[in-house]
Design a protein around this ligand. Sequence first.
Ligand code: OAD
Length: 264
Amino acid sequence: MLAELSPALIAHVQKAAKLLAAQQRICVLTGAGISAESGIPTFRDKQTGLWENYRAEDLATPNAFARDPELVWSWYQWRRQLVADKTPNPAHVALAQWQQSASNHQQLTLITQNVDDLHEQAGSTVTHLHGNLWRNRCSQCQAPYEDQAQGMSDSNIRFDESLLTCPHCDGYIRPDIVWFGESLPAQAWQTAEDAAAHCDVFISIGTSSLVYPAAGLAQLAKQNGAKIIEINPDPTPNTIVDITLAEKAGVVMPLLMKHMAELS
Ligand code: OAD
């Protein structure tokens, strides 16, 4: 695999490893791209099959759910089915190993925009900014809907497309996910802001950096003196990056870990 990588990329990875090995507080923000190599399409990929004529941005909104709850619920049931058998890839695993092995002199805070649980499956402790695909709540009274809560990602999941109603208020049940136009969970956002504002290095992995407020975390880190590393095979609008590692996360992360281990 190493032979296929350009010398420029390897040099950039070595530079990133050197920087990271010398710093204490690391904040990592992941997006859909980190799960792409596990087989989960990103939001910029065109949707397939039954959903090819729909855009995620038009379905993941409170208005879409108010207008046509069945449509939005079936889309999420379809997404759950798509994600259910997916497993962590080398990028998730490398991050989990790094987080677990971080010694006293290094602290790694992992923040994700993803609603899958691949970071947890790999063994990471992670803060979810955009909610959790495997949890439901009432769209009216907000009560958690326990019936299909944790454990939905096991083999007993029902991907029934019929709407569920809340046992307390009869409101429709929705996925516990942050939709466009909705606020982020306050505690998760606080954790993310604190980690970004106080880190020495901020690493952005597999995110298009288009969706705010999460996209603003790199700027917050930069304003407070952090160095910014971006891992993404494609360019993003993020103009404050110090080191760009333009390759897939599943390729870059294990290589980065290898170079960091060699320095320790
Ligand atoms: P996007 O789908 O916007 O962007 C995915 C990014 O991953 C793109 O920049 C790709 O170039 C990059 N990418 C693709 N494959 C990759 C790989 N193997 N390794 C590294 N990078 C790769 O996903 P997000 O930035 O996460 O919000 O999107 C942000 C939010 O917008 C999502 O959380 C979601 C969406 O609408 C909600 O659902 C609320």
